[in-house]
Design a protein around this ligand. Structure first.
Ligand SMILES: *Cc1c(COP(=O)(O)O)cnc(C)c1O
Length: 496
């Protein structure tokens, strides 16, 4: 059975299904499989499988205390009839590159892929372990996780969910998506602060022992829908395999030929799933980490110094406006060969000084697998306009960050392998910025623009974004960032 241990302390370990239920290890570390590289997935056996088949093999290999039947039910329950494409994650060729479209799920962003299946993992785990307690999902969102988690968990028996989002840090469409969510077990709360504040607030609640008594009384356990939950990351490994095998099946590459993957990055979850894919045998040459003006990661990859002491910038790719990329901790664990003391000391520095520097040895290993680049909002707008005018492919701002960095990566001539660019959101999720990129000026009402953009480009608005402005607002709580734990306490008290 695979063992999942805290990145900061090997003695805190458990199985996959319990790690998913717990969300975060007791010491604030993240759960990581301690023998990932020993698990090798046979690509040839997956060659003619569809998304479901690939998912069952990948998830079954890593989350191995679920039975094959349980994994089968989770995979089909999550994806069947819920995605606008039978392929789940279609691969589109644009000029010489491949764009992996991850946004055809219920909320039009890539987080749907993991958050459609996470509730199934959690309820299966509750059943499996005969746990009677209710699960309270605490989620911090920079905009897209929130809605995807709400859609995944709404009306799921045995669960409640609270989503905290930065009140002035998400797009109008993202906010409308969240505030119109139905379901008797959901709460959506605006926080006066930025994403890092909400994420820190949630992490602090998780490790605050003062909640222990109240949780017991109200027969509740906390869990997380953020990518700190290993159940969020593992489903994302699947589409790296799918994209690669699509290229083999279409004759674009030969089996075994390496490819590069360019990933628009915020919390480092998506790109880390790519690294997991590489660890378990997918021929990936470079993982290219694409950042916006909040380019902490670009600097980290080039210098080995992670320094979040800098101005937080609001960009046109808000889902990547993050200065503390939580999942980097898992990469440090893997690159240090599971040296928990080393990871714990970096995390201590981060907490105390907002900064840490990795050893030369670790930096060398980091640079062998990763390349970092960034784009500012002006460059992003130019990418959207140029690619649209040249090819009629319409992309959102986050995808454009990756596309632009891919072009810089190609210019740097690191290798000559083919490139897959991950597309993380529908352009209609960020209509205002996308429209403004193509035309110099634009109206302020995002919903009017959505229709106009669709008419002009002949690209259809995803079903779930249509008529969003006509739905009723169902949530109105707004709190200060210092009030998050009080808010959760109140929710638990009401339950008793
Ligand atoms: C969350 C998100 C990202 C960043 O992904 P991470 O896993 O946090 O690195 C990029 N683009 C979009 C549209 C997102 O919603």
């Amino acid at each position: 059975m695979n063992i999942f241990e805290s990145t900061r302390d090997k003695s805190l370990n458990t199985t996959a299904s319990m790690a998913i239920l717990n969300g975060l290890a007791e010491d604030g570390g993240l759960y990581m499989m301690n023998n990932l590289k020993e698990k090798q997935i046979d690509l040839n056996a997956l060659l003619h499988q569809d998304y479901y088949g690939i998912a069952k093999v990948v998830l079954g290999t890593l989350l191995d205390d679920y039975t094959a039947e349980e994994i089968h039910d989770c995979v089909h329950g999550a994806y069947e009839h819920k995605f606008a494409s039978d392929d789940i994650t279609p691969l589109v060729k644009v000029k010489d590159d491949f764009i992996l479209e991850l946004f055809h799920g219920p909320t039009a962003a890539f987080k749907d892929i993991a958050l459609s299946i996470l509730p199934h993992f959690i309820t299966t785990s509750l059943k499996k372990h005969h746990i009677e307690e209710e699960i309270l999902i605490l989620t911090a969102t920079s905009g897209d996780t929130g809605k995807a988690a709400l859609e995944g968990f709404k009306d799921v028996k045995g669960t409640q969910i609270i989503v905290f989002y930065p009140k002035n840090g998400v797009s109008a469409v993202q906010e409308a998506q969240m505030l119109t969510t139905t379901g008797s077990n959901v709460r959506v709360v605006g926080v006066e602060g930025n994403f890092d504040d909400t994420q820190n607030g949630v992490k602090a609640i998780f490790t605050n022992q003062e909640f222990d008594g109240l949780l017991k009384q109200s027969k509740t356990q906390f869990s997380s829908a953020n990518s700190i939950n290993i159940g969020r990351l593992t489903p994302q490994i699947v589409y790296y395999f799918k994209a690669y095998l699509d290229c083999v099946n279409r004759g674009e590459i030969t089996m075994g030929e390496p490819m590069n993957f360019i990933v628009p990055t915020g919390n480092f979850g998506n790109i880390l799933a790519g690294y997991f894919a590489k660890c378990v045998g997918l021929p990936i040459a470079q993982l290219v980490c694409a950042s916006n003006e909040n380019n902490v990661l670009t600097d980290f990859i080039s210098t080995g110094i992670y320094d979040k002491n800098r101005e937080f910038k609001k960009t046109t790719s808000p889902s990547m406006d993050i200065l503390i990329s939580s999942n980097l901790e898992r990469l440090l664990y893997l690159l240090s060969e599971g040296n928990c003391d080393e990871v714990a000391s970096y995390m201590k520095d981060l907490k105390e000084k907002g900064k840490y520097q990795v050893s030369d040895d670790l930096l060398k290993r980091l640079q062998a697998d990763f390349y970092g680049g960034c784009l500012d909002s002006q460059e992003v707008a130019k990418v959207i306009k140029d690619v649209y005018e040249e090819t009629h492919y319409l992309m959102d701002t986050h995808t454009a960050v990756a596309y632009g960095v891919a072009m810089k990566f190609k210019t740097a001539k690191i290798n000559n392998y083919k490139n897959v660019i991950l597309s993380t959101a529908s352009p209609f999720k960020f209509t205002h910025s996308v429209y403004a990129a193509i035309h110099e000026e634009c109206d302020t009402d995002e919903f009017v623009l959505m229709k106009r953009l669709s008419d002009e480009t002949a690209v259809e608005i995803p079903e779930n974004l249509r008529d969003l402005d006509l739905k009723g607002i169902l949530h109105s709580d707004v709190i200060d960032k210092s009030e998050m734990s009080q808010y959760v306490r109140h929710c638990l008290e009401v339950k008793e």
